[in-house]
Design a protein around this ligand. Structure first.
Ligand code: ADP
Length: 407
């Protein structure tokens, strides 16, 4: 089955075109037919690119007024690169949807599912409306094709109440759905699945901690294939330190800033989402590569930013080890987790007593590849596993349509 995977944002669309079926999934041989990006949608200087094997298509400075034009552009680039001879070859569309409310799994999109995604707009106002727009456009362009929503939140719906409840008056949960949802679920689920495959373990016999460290960062405790706790909460602001977000914070700081500096709601929101985290502490950049370079050159605030970032990860690993009891594997993924040995080293510092023994040489060599970076004697394995959310969206789309249980 050939599946178009779409990740629709407000002004950009990322896409992949993937062939998958049961046999390909079993042998890990899904085919990536093409991938690409349309950026600056809504302007006359949009950029659209597509890579299909050796063939590429790229347009700079084109007019792409809306999502309809953008997805039509995706189809025309797939044709230009030879990935697609006829749009009829697209069997189904899989959409990344950020907030799925209380959905526990990927869903075939029906009127009822659309209604639920709309109800979750208030919980993810920057994402869900654009995800839905992608669905509407595809319904026009491919009216008889099945479409599936794969939610960032779904994997974490298995968290027990003790993990998802905030200790606020209970009515805020009951009436206003204030609780911890968690995000990056597709990534955590994918690397957990790959860990079990690589180590030949079943869901039932595996407890894992997965660290997704990209621009956004989150860490998840997984038991028997189910998320039992995760660091992001009601929104993706909670938990680990991120590129431009602070993660865990005393909420009284916000009250203080609003009262003392008379900061507005919007100013606080901008500060928390765009000017905090690695960028906020270093005053330099949110880019981990740049910060590691600056640290080597002796920049004190860059060093501090990296140290705070890694220390927070270490604290969460300790906390989730306590949540799980025994842990079989610790997995690093995301741009930083896959490519920054120094961050993994600092995050695992002093964790030998908890059963995580990093092998320095193996760690240094693991750059963007699947690798076991623990010492042979380490009680828990430590893995680097590049994430692949698009692949999991394609597989979920296939399995949801065929009525096969998702992993
Ligand atoms: P997003 O969350 O936007 O998908 P990524 O998962 O691509 O982001 O992660 C982006 C982060 O990964 C950036 O901080 C970037 O500096 C970091 N990164 C990428 N490559 C390296 C590298 N070789 N060394 C250190 N950090 C890296």
């Amino acid at each position: 089955m050939k599946i178009l995977v779409l990740n629709c944002g407000s002004s950009s669309i990322k896409f992949q075109y993937i062939e998958t079926d049961l046999e390909r999934i079993d042998h890990n041989q899904d085919r990536l037919l093409a991938r690409g990006l349309v950026e600056k949608i809504g302007t006359v200087e949009a950029v659209a690119s597509c890579q299909a094997g050796e063939r590429a298509s790229r347009d700079v400075g084109v007019e792409i007024p809306d999502h309809h034009a953008a997805i039509a552009k995706v189809v025309s680039m797939l044709r230009n690169t030879g990935a697609l001879a006829d749009p009829k070859e697209i069997s189904a569309v899989g959409h990344r949807v950020v907030h799925g409310g209380d959905f526990q799994s990927s869903q075939l999109i029906t009127a009822e599912v659309v209604k639920k995604i709309e109800e979750a707009v208030e919980l993810a106002p920057l994402h869900n409306p654009h995800n839905l727009k992608g669905y509407d456009v595809c319904r026009e362009l491919f009216p008889d094709r099945a479409q599936v929503a794969v939610f960032d939140t779904a994997f974490h719906q298995t968290m027990p109440a003790r993990a998802y409840l905030y200790a606020l008056p209970y009515d805020y949960f009951r009436r206003h759905r204030i609780r911890r949802y968690g995000f990056h679920g597709t990534s955590h689920r994918y690397v957990a699945y790959r860990f079990r495959q690589l180590t030949d373990r079943s869901k039932e016999e595996t407890s894992l901690i997965t660290c997704h460290l990209g621009n956004g960062c989150s860490i998840t405790a997984i038991q028997h294939g189910r998320s039992v706790d995760t660091s992001m909460g009601f929104t993706p602001l909670e938990g680990l330190v991120m590129g431009t977000r602070p993660g865990d914070l005393d909420p009284a700081i916000i009250l203080h800033l609003m009262a003392k500096l008379e900061m507005s709601h919007q100013e606080v929101a901008t500060m928390l989402n765009r000017y905090s985290g690695l960028y906020g502490i270093s005053g330099e950049t949110n880019d981990m590569r740049g910060l590691l370079e600056s640290t080597r050159k002796g920049h004190e605030r860059a060093r501090l930013a990296v140290e705070v970032f890694c220390y927070r990860i270490r604290k969460y690993i300790g906390a989730y080890t306590a949540v799980l009891g025994q842990v079989h594997g610790l997995v690093f993924t995301g741009g930083i987790g896959e490519n920054a040995p120094r961050v993994r080293e600092l995050a695992c510092e002093q964790l030998a007593g908890l059963g995580y023994e990093l092998d320095k040489a193996r760690n240094e060599k693991a750059l963007g590849i699947e690798a076991d970076i623990a010492t042979a004697a380490s009680p828990a394995r430590i893995f680097v596993i590049p994430t692949n959310e698009e692949l999991l969206i394609a597989r979920d789309t296939y399995r949801t349509i065929e009525g096969i249980e998702n992993i």
